[in-house]
Design a protein around this ligand. Structure first.
Ligand SMILES: Cc1cc2nc3c(=O)[nH]c(=O)nc-3n(C[C@H](O)[C@H](O)[C@H](O)COP(=O)(O)OP(=O)(O)OC[C@H]3O[C@@H](n4cnc5c(N)ncnc54)[C@H](O)[C@@H]3O)c2cc1C
Length: 490
């Protein structure tokens, strides 16, 4: 580890030794800044506690970028499974595949406990971070910079004075509670109607994956959504998202209804997990929350990061990735403001909050897409987006690709996505658009809508990576000329 020289005398007190708290401490240590992590749970590397929420997670570009900066990418890559496409299992038994991006674009399955353990190990290796397990932050006095911890096993309490405190303590953050109440604001926590349960699909008899590996499997249904992700150990973790209220209203828990419901909704899954209904009853039901905290920082004294500040629904699989990106942003602000913590903290909030609000909106929108991935229009939309991407690589990129495979600011993605949706909606009015996709006619139809799109996105186009080829496509130039636009731009 190469330590950057600085005059920083401060020590950081980080609440929460989860994914984001540990990564932040590594970034700080690389600058020679000492920190102490206080984690309420025992050391997950030593215990055999239940996995907790979401056993398997998807790592994408932003997460990799943050891990790469501290030299952890290769190590984690080795224990991850790439997923290049989404495989949609329709209720009539048909299956279709939707490739996420280009051939080399993949999301990567990683086990939560494994990645957290790797981060804890690296944190300790820095020699500048001390981790205290079984230490739950129970009270925080921001004015006097004092924090109280309690050991949940012994109930013993102890008090600590701190320099700077960072709350990486997740959805129910104590630090967020203290910061927001100091400003008299609400604490930004929302509980969603959806709940979820996790199931494991074992490997086949031959020890191999029983479903197609390198895919995220989804079973979108009217009242629920089942998502299956491959694990490194050849199992799949399936998460069933549903509305408990709706299930109760439809009497799904009554008598044999549950069994019948699962059999008719997911016959292929029931054939692999014959005791699916029993497991459903035994498995813990977890609620789903999101956080949009109105305040993230208190002077140069306290800040929150990761889920503590901005938990989002997991329908883009981005929560951890954005938490990791927070660390990259925080780290670069230290350089930008040369260890002026007042400025670093306030700029962290000012620049990051609109970004995390935007991905929150995009994630909720993606839930609608996932639910509608059953219908043909969605499939056509998916194909259209990718077709236009091929034709206009300098101006167009599917929303999913911008979110998962680029570092584009989320606010820009939202703006571009809104403009792209206008074009797609106009194209989809034409019911025969899918049949025309591979015909020359499509160029003309598209050209009609693209002129105003390109004018609208010109101001934000610099965020779309250059791809080039289209400039040399003589046929396209000819068509552009015929349709009387674009020559100015191409
Ligand atoms: C079903 C589901 C699936 C998901 N899938 C993905 C995915 O595929 N990809 C992705 O990027 N994200 C995913 N996420 C989101 C991801 O889990 C979170 O964004 C991520 O865990 C946030 O990390 P964190 O360190 O901020 O918080 P956490 O992981 O919650 O860690 C907080 C830590 O603080 C500790 N703590 C809490 N309170 C205290 C206290 N008072 N004192 C001391 N310690 C405390 C906790 O024990 C914990 O260790 C998913 C979430 C869910 C619910």
């Amino acid at each position: 580890m190469i330590i950057k020289k600085n005059n920083c005398k401060e020590e950081f007190c980080i609440i929460g030794g989860g994914l984001v708290g540990t990564l932040l401490s590594i970034y700080l240590a690389e600058r020679g800044i000492r920190s102490e992590i206080f984690e309420k749970r025992p050391d997950i590397r030593m215990t055999d506690l239940g996995e907790g929420r979401s056993i398997v997670m998807s790592l994408s570009h932003r997460g990799w970028h943050a891990l790469n900066a501290v030299g952890l990418k290769r190590k984690i890559e080795k224990i991850s499974v790439p997923k290049f496409a989404r495989m949609v299992h329709h209720s009539d038994g048909t299956i279709n595949t939707q490739q996420y991006g280009r051939k080399n674009h993949a999301l990567y399955s990683v086990n939560r406990r494994t990645i957290n353990s790797i981060l804890l190990n690296r944190t300790e290796e820095t020699g500048l971070v001390k981790i205290y397990f079984d230490s739950e932050c129970s009270e925080l006095d921001l004015e006097n910079r004092k924090v109280v911890f309690i050991n949940p096993k012994t109930n013993r309490k102890y008090l600590k004075n701190y320099d700077k405190i960072i709350g990486a303590d997740g959805i129910f953050s104590k630090v967020r509670g203290a910061i927001t109440s100091a400003y008299g604001s609400n604490n930004g926590l929302t509980m969603h109607d959806y709940v979820y349960k996790e199931f494991t699909i074992p490997p086949g008899k031959d020890g191999r994956y029983i479903l197609h590996e390198n895919h995220i499997h989804i079973w979108p249904r009217e009242s629920c959504l089942l998502v299956g992700m491959p694990n490194y150990n050849k199992t799949f973790t399936c998460t069933l998202f549903y509305s408990d209220k709706e299930f109760q209203a439809e009497n799904i828990y009554y008598g044999n209804n549950l069994q019948n419901f699962l059999k008719s909704s997911f016959p292929d899954v029931v054939s692999i997990i014959p005791d699916f209904a029993c497991q459903f009853l035994e498995k813990k039901t977890s609620s789903m929350f999101s956080v949009k905290s109105p305040a993230w920082v208190y002077r140069d004294n306290a800040a929150i990061i990761g889920d503590a500040a901005h938990a989002i629904v997991p329908f883009y699989g981005m929560g951890m990735n954005i938490g990791f990106e927070d660390c990259t942003v925080f780290n670069s602000l230290i350089d930008d403001f040369n260890y002026d913590w007042n400025k670093i903290f306030s700029e962290f909030f000012n620049s990051r909050k609109p970004e995390t609000d935007a991905i929150d909106d995009l994630s909720l929108e993606n839930l609608q897409h996932l639910k509608h991935s059953v219908n043909k229009d969605f499939q056509t939309r998916w194909e259209l987006e990718r077709k236009i991407w091929k034709m206009y690589p300098n101006y167009w990129m599917p929303t999913y690709v911008m979110v998962a495979f680029s570092s584009m600011p989320f606010r820009r993605i939202k703006e571009i996505s809104e403009e792209q949706n206008k074009v797609l909606n106009q194209l989809l009015i034409n019911k025969k658009i899918r049949e025309n996709l591979n015909q020359k006619r499509f160029f003309y139809i598209l050209a009609k809508y693209m002129s105003s799109y390109i004018i609208n996105i010109r101001k934000i186009q610099r965020y779309i990576p250059k791809a080039g080829k289209i400039r040399n496509n003589i046929f396209f130039r000819f068509l552009s000329f015929r349709s009387g636009f674009l020559n100015i731009f191409i």
